[in-house]
Design a protein around this ligand. Structure first.
Ligand code: AMP
Ligand code: MG
Length: 426
């Protein structure tokens, strides 16, 4: 008898996955190798930045007082007593009536309290002419202006971006503590699947999902592991899943998760003794998305339909993979955009429409569905840069409506918060 599946709300499904997140151990690695890793330690400034007062320009270090009477008609003449480049420290202090030629980044000489840009001076032998008044503190880069010693600078749980690297390098983190990345195995199921280099034959299609998911895993910071493709054969698929669990922290399958005669994943979960967290979500596409747990490991059973597979990964697998790495912001950034097309089709389930957001008409974010809006569409994925979230209901949506979108680019932001969008909390 066909098992009747109970759909659960997207939010509930997301919460069930989140409840399974246990961050992986912390490791240490050279800073050069830590791009995109998640920082596992907080950073507090252990010195002022910059660590000394310095010149932000090429020019002259002076005593502002000496220019009190300077004007275009009556410039002042200061004797240049030293010249220092970045990294040098002046051997002399500035006395009244003197200046020191200074380069960008060099420490402010004793006695100096202002910098005059080179362009505003006229050099003459061992002297410099200045034709306007400067005030104490003009053009200085002061010790600690960027960060004061003792200030918290970085929190653990954030991705190491180029900017974060600059901060870590500033504070001398040659090695940095990060969370281990999970190895995520991918198995594509389906007797209709061909390898990428095989010619098409009747009834068959190429396995595109595996390439897509392996790439999505990388984007989520996981280590992708291609475990090949399986025919729709229970024993073969069972063995592949079982041995996949031995080599990967997380296992993702595509296909075989619906209720067709050759959809074996539900039976495989049963035989493994895995607890099914959910096997139907009130969403389109990807309502058959299934997540099961075996011990500390999760198995994501994504639909074989490429668009459904893509969406299922982004909503459930990506946050989990990021969460294992201690990423505090594992969810896609949500924002509002104006619908650029009518979307007349009503659906009782929340839709995650593959869409493209652009900024037009004075920076308004406009979102439009891309290409074929069917769960088995693949070509439209290439243009997708956002998922448009259309809560379920009895009516469609009109051009001009303000809708939520989830951005597929940039860093994640905040909590999962498509507040009660589906209206189908079951
Ligand atoms: P399934 O989820 O196994 O019922 O498959 C749903 C649809 O997705 C079918 O049309 C499959 O041929 C297609 N499909 C399944 N797996 C893949 C894959 N790895 N790459 C591309 N399409 C697939
Ligand atoms: Mg199949």
């Amino acid at each position: 008898m066909l098992e009747k599946r109970q759909p659960i709300a997207v939010e509930t499904a997301v919460e069930r996955v989140a409840a399974c997140i246990k961050t992986l151990p912390i490791i240490e690695k050279p800073l050069e190798e830590a791009d995109g890793d998640i920082l596992a330690e907080s950073v507090i400034a252990d010195h002022d930045v910059p660590p000394f007062d310095r010149s932000p320009y090429d020019g002259y270090a002076i005593r502002a007082e000496d220019t009190a009477q300077a004007s275009r008609t009556e410039p002042v003449r200061l004797k240049v007593v030293d010249k220092i480049g970045a990294g040098d420290v002046a051997k002399k202090a500035i006395e009244p009536g003197t200046a020191i030629r200074i380069m960008t980044g060099a420490a402010l000489p004793k006695g100096a309290d202002a910098i005059v840009k080179l362009e505003l001076t006229r050099e003459e032998g061992d002297a410099v002419w200045i034709n306007r008044r400067f005030h104490s503190g003009d053009n200085l880069s002061l010790q600690g202006e960027d960060a004061k010693k003792g200030t918290p600078i970085l929190d653990a749980g954030r991705p190491i971006t180029p900017g974060v690297k600059a901060v870590l390098a500033t504070f001398g983190y040659a090695r940095v503590k990060v969370y281990k990345k999970p190895t995520v195995g991918v198995i594509a199921t389906g007797s209709e699947l061909l390898d990428i280099d095989e010619p098409l034959v009747p009834g068959k299609i190429r396995n595109s999902n595996a390439y897509m998911i392996l790439s999505q895993i990388k984007k989520a910071g996981g280590i992708p592991l291609d475990l090949g493709r399986m025919a729709d054969d229970f024993e073969q698929s069972y063995r592949a899943v079982k041995s996949g669990l031995d080599v990967a922290d997380v296992l993702i399958t595509t296909g075989g998760v619906s209720v067709g005669d050759f959809d074996y994943l539900p039976a495989i979960y049963k035989k493994l003794g895995a607890e099914v967290l959910f096997n139907k979500v009130a969403m389109r596409p990807g309502s058959v998305t299934t997540v099961a747990r075996l011990g500390d490991q999760l198995l994501f059973g994504l639909s074989g339909n490429p668009s459904a597979c893509f969406v299922g990964f982004e909503l459930f697998a990506a946050p989990y993979i990021k969460g294992l790495q201690g990423n505090r912001l594992p969810y896609l950034t949500k924002m509002k955009a104006v619908l650029g097309h009518d979307f007349p089709k009503a659906n009782p389930f929340t839709r995650f429409v593959r869409a493209k957001v652009t900024w037009e008409e004075g920076d308004r974010a406009i979102v439009r569905p891309v290409g074929l809006d069917k769960s088995n569409a693949v070509v439209s994925l290439a243009e997708t840069n956002a998922l448009m979230v259309l809560p379920g209901g009895t009516k469609g949506y009109e051009k001009g409506a303000l809708v939520d979108i989830l951005l597929l680019f940039g860093e994640g932001r905040g909590e999962f918060s498509i507040e009660n969008l589906s209206g189908h909390r079951v």
